[in-house]
Design a protein around this ligand. Structure first.
Ligand code: B12
Ligand code: SF4
Length: 352
């Protein structure tokens, strides 16, 4: 089993993973923390977090016979992307430009990571038989908890898994396996020390206590998960962040040590890292469908894209071009998007 574990790590590297670690199939304290988080209703409209809670707590229920979780991480920051600095420039000094979170600039990671993990699972099966199943993100898996137990990093005050060498700009994925592989030691936790930059700089105050994110206030949730109206009191705080949010990673000192991704799939597409809000807002539905094919942005659909961009435009300095764009797109917006457009028009006109 020790030789197999070494091979799995080598195969993982060959498949583009930055690190692989092995955890027990018992989430322990992480399951209790999930329970606390749910009882405070921090999951908001993400009903799937509550409904499949037992599967998160008991890996064996998700995949019978699981005794170990092979946890893997893959860096995603594009190779020419600075880890800190420039993205903050876009947020702080270019309010008429859109900020799209770094993970969503290129192709959707789910397929790529699941495919690579399935290839790894296949190699394990060829070697020893048994059952080995790959998961990434959308499955009921406590990914950060297992990654911490597998020694891939520690859960920081912003609740991100942070790696001492690579910061937090990476995705996680797992293989649930019936192979009793030797366990990796967890990384020593608590490297955040007295730093609380993420808590202080979160635009909406979503990190309500160290390690606890109230998703209902998190811009990532508001722009990607929430289907209905974005609470009005939070809209001005969102600035130009129109799909996801990275502030709590951009200010994290550990991200000075970020490793960049060599994956061509994670390179920005369609100038999404440097576009005016108006340009994206004026896309027709057909353009949205075509330009977001294979991107994580596709998931929110055209109307929520308009909704989010309308909030950004409402927060931008007054411009006649913006008012005209809002009035034009009002005609194709559904009720929800239109309500946000009307809010944005009121904001714009209040600045004349
Ligand atoms: C639901 C979800 C969200 C929600 C809720 C986020 C949250 N913090 O819970 C929303 C939509 C807001 C979100 C946002 C983002 N997400 Co998200 N999300 C998930 C998902 C599907 C489940 C997370 C979960 O279980 N939450 C429940 C809470 C309880 O668990 P947790 O966040 O891991 O928190 C742990 C600690 O905070 C700690 N804890 C909690 N309470 C307490 C109390 C004390 C006292 C202590 C000590 C500890 C502690 O214990 C928890 C369990 O270990 C995972 C994928 C997965 N299947 O796991 C991706 C995932 C966590 N997201 C990811 C990413 C990239 C993001 C964003 C960066 C995307 C973006 N740029 O917009 C943001 C980051 C926001 C943030 N600071 O968390 C990555 C994170 C990779 C990493 N390096 O950590 C994951 C792993 C997806 C993936 N496969 O790569 N996400
Ligand atoms: S992603 Fe943005 S809104 Fe969410 S916790 Fe981090 S800084 Fe706050």
């Amino acid at each position: 089993m020790a030789a197999l574990a070494a091979d799995i790590k080598r195969w993982g590297e060959e498949l583009g993973f930055a690190n692989i670690g092995i955890a027990p199939a018992t989430p322990g304290i992480h399951a209790e923390r999930l329970q606390q988080w749910l009882s405070k209703q921090y999951h908001g409209e993400m009903g799937y977090m509550q409904e499949r809670e037992n599967l998160r707590r008991e890996p064996d229920q998700l995949q019978t016979g699981t005794v170990r979780i092979i946890s893997a991480r893959m860096d995603y920051l594009p190779s020419d992307e600075p880890a800190q600095g420039n993205p903050l420039e876009l947020i702080n000094n270019k309010p008429d430009h859109a900020y799209i979170s770094r993970y969503a600039l290129g192709r959707d990671y789910h397929k790529l990571i699941r495919k690579r993990l399935s290839q790894l699972a296949q190699k394990i099966e060829e070697r020893i038989g048994g059952q080995h199943r790959a998961f990434v993100d959308s499955a009921p898996v406590l990914e950060r908890g297992f990654a911490e137990q597998a020694g891939l990093g520690w859960i920081g005050k912003n609740s991100m898994l942070i790696n001492q060498r690579a910061g937090s700009w990476f995705f996680l994925g797992e293989i649930y396996t019936s192979a009793p592989l030797p366990l990796d030691p967890p990384q020593e936790s608590g490297h955040c020390g007295s730093c609380s930059a993420c808590i202080k700089d979160c635009p909406t105050g979503a990190i309500v206590a160290p390690y606890q994110v109230d998703a209902r206030r998190c811009i990532s949730y508001l722009t990607i998960e929430l289907k209905d109206s974005i609470p009005e009191e939070l809209r001005p705080k969102m600035g130009n962040r129109v799909f996801g949010c990275d502030d709590c990673q951009l200010v994290c000192p550990w991200n000075k040590f970020t490793e960049h991704s060599p994956e061509p799939d994670f390179q920005p597409r369609h100038n999404l890292d440097n576009s005016e809000l108006i340009t994206l807002f004026m896309w027709s539905e057909a353009e949205f469908e075509q330009r977001t094919a294979g991107s994580p942005i596709r998931r929110i659909g055209y109307q929520r894209w308009l909704r989010n961009l309308a909030v950004g435009l409402g927060n931008a300095p007054y411009s006649e071009r913006i008012v005209t764009a809002l009035e034009t797109q009002r005609a194709v917006a559904d009720d929800n998007a239109r309500e946000h457009i009307d809010w944005a028009l009121t904001q714009q006109r209040s600045r004349i």
